[in-house]
Design a protein around this ligand. Sequence first.
Ligand SMILES: NC(=O)c1ccc[n+]([C@@H]2O[C@H](COP(=O)([O-])OP(=O)(O)OC[C@H]3O[C@@H](n4cnc5c(N)ncnc54)[C@H](O)[C@@H]3O)[C@@H](O)[C@H]2O)c1
Ligand SMILES: [Zn+2]
Length: 389
Amino acid sequence: MNETVKVALKSHPHQYEIKIGNNLLADSGVWAKSCLANSAKKIVVISNPKVFSLYGEKVAESLKNQGFEVLIHKIGDGEKYKNLRTLEKTLDFFSRHQLKRSDAVIALGGGVVGDLTGFASSIYLRGISFLQIPTTLLSMIDSSVGGKTGVNSNFGKNLIGTFHQPNGVLIDVDTLKTLPRRELTAGFCEAVKQGAIANPNLFNQTSDFLKKYSPNHFKKYFFSNLFLTDLQKLIASQVAFKAEIVKGDERENLEKSGNRSRKILNFGHTVGHALEKVTNYKYFKHGEAVGIGILVAGEISKRVANLVQNELNLLNDVVKLTGSLPNWQNIETKNIIEAFEFDKKNVGDSLQWILLEKIGQPIIYPNSKIPDSVIIESISAVVKKSTCP
Ligand SMILES: NC(=O)c1ccc[n+]([C@@H]2O[C@H](COP(=O)([O-])OP(=O)(O)OC[C@H]3O[C@@H](n4cnc5c(N)ncnc54)[C@H](O)[C@@H]3O)[C@@H](O)[C@H]2O)c1
Ligand SMILES: [Zn+2]
């Protein structure tokens, strides 16, 4: 059984579909054809060596069977390759192979491949069609939905980019069978974030899934049809939530501050980004840092936004179920707080926190309304809980 989430955006002439299922890669050519205009002749598949060796041939074969001329472009594996140099090499590849405006590109990989491919396709000849086949949990539920593309640069992470919606997204959950445990944990932390800000239904669905299927033993569940159905349903619900938020705030309007603005997706990210920054982006997976950020934002929410203890406990329990997070207890609190300044520069105005009044009820809170003592106390409460279980 497949799940489909339809995304209709004002800025996009056609709605596009996010198709979720298992064993889908073998027919990815048929899917690509259905998403693209008949004039599309060439397709560039962009991937990295690791993901391509696992899934590339299957996708390329299926595209060829549908009559596409298939070109393969591999970029380096990892965040450090999401940069202007890789972008330039990618544009150069398009140009050398005479890609036309009617042709298309496919991102096959995680968020790094997706963000870079989306950006390249949005600026080459002022925009060509692009399809996404996300292969990490994070890219399935988060980065492949919403049209944000970009690269890192000397100015900072993700500060150069565009909004460019794909013509279609294909999520084959089978690809998660090979995803390393830490990447699963990172993806599930973002899923917990979305559940916590969305509504009790998505929160409980995510929590129930994690109680049933531990990311520590993920591979062994793939033989079970019930697991595959539960996984597809969870991803579909997560994607539908993100799509709904994006629909209401396509370009992250700076003036928008309601509890359904795109900003709420940053729940857990103030401390998350600070932890990544103080460790030079080398120690945490982004989602892992967000997991810790959720715990701290939960404690702050209890202190300033009246989140009740019972709901805070539920939040802490579900983060625990995502798998073990790297040790961070020795990082100095003052360094974390200093790193908030960096986030402030990124948004161009004063730092805002996303807190929870209740599960499913986020609130945007100016930093000026939260005394440093509350932040220090909250970080120390999380450290205490994580060191004496
Ligand atoms: N555009 C957005 O809205 C948005 C949202 C969130 C995050 N992001 C971006 O996404 C990126 C992070 O994405 P990510 O977490 O997917 O990381 P990633 O793309 O670096 O992938 C993580 C690792 O998993 C490997 N991998 C991918 N799929 C695999 C599979 N099926 N089996 C085995 N290994 C596999 C990759 O080779 C890589 O080593 C960051 O650059 C972040 O800025 C973008
Ligand atoms: Zn994130």
